[in-house]
Design a protein around this ligand. Sequence first.
Ligand code: SF4
Length: 261
Amino acid sequence: MLPHARRLQPHEVDLSELDHHHEIAVIEIEPRSACELDCAHCDSKARRRLISIGLRRKPVHQVLDPSFATEVLRALANHEKVLASAVITIAGSGEPLASQHTPAIAAAARKAFPNSKLQLFTSGWGIESQQQMAERTPRELNTLWFSADRFHVDSIRRALKKSGQPSKPADAENYLTDRLAWANKYAHDHGVTFVVRAIIGRKSQYLYVANLVSKAREKSGVTDEIQISEAGMHPPASRLKERKDGLIYLRSDGRVTGTLE
Ligand code: SF4
């Protein structure tokens, strides 16, 4: 993280403090900070454990302001170290599709970076219908990534239980495959590349995901092959370090941070 990273006010977006020795090839945007799931492999779970035993303060739920995001993206587009072809990832520690501002933020990203590869990661949690999936998914995406594996099903099960809904394993699988089917249909209808992102270290894990995908394809009626991609356990920063790319992270609380070296 950059030593100079700090919270900016909307009227003072000046990225000179974020000067990098490397070109910035990746911009990550976090539309909201809260995730209602607690997947076992996710560092959000470790954070929650630290909070529960009092070793960390409970974070305030933040939602990224779209006007502020637009200003930052414009400033980034004019920054000499930021590549016009930067990959822009809408993800973060909260579910992006749960923020009503995500479509506006994606539109601002596309406007500022017409040649970027724009992608979004979702778990589908909280989306209640095909129509809602279509309304909340930004039109400008190149790739829609959907997280689906046993970890996500288990964590959906716990979240369903918490909210008083039926929470047998089959209920959680149904919940996930419905959202997977809606996302797949959306991607198919809008010419967006669709990829399922999963922890698949073992053959049994791969078969489990393949089964979820096949159920979703049946539900959606979309017969295109669905790509399944192994999710790495490492944070993006360590991957970027190997590639010597720079990254800018626009956080939901308004901080603009980066990685380099
Ligand atoms: S849905 Fe994503 S952000 Fe939320 S707990 Fe699971 S892996 Fe972490």
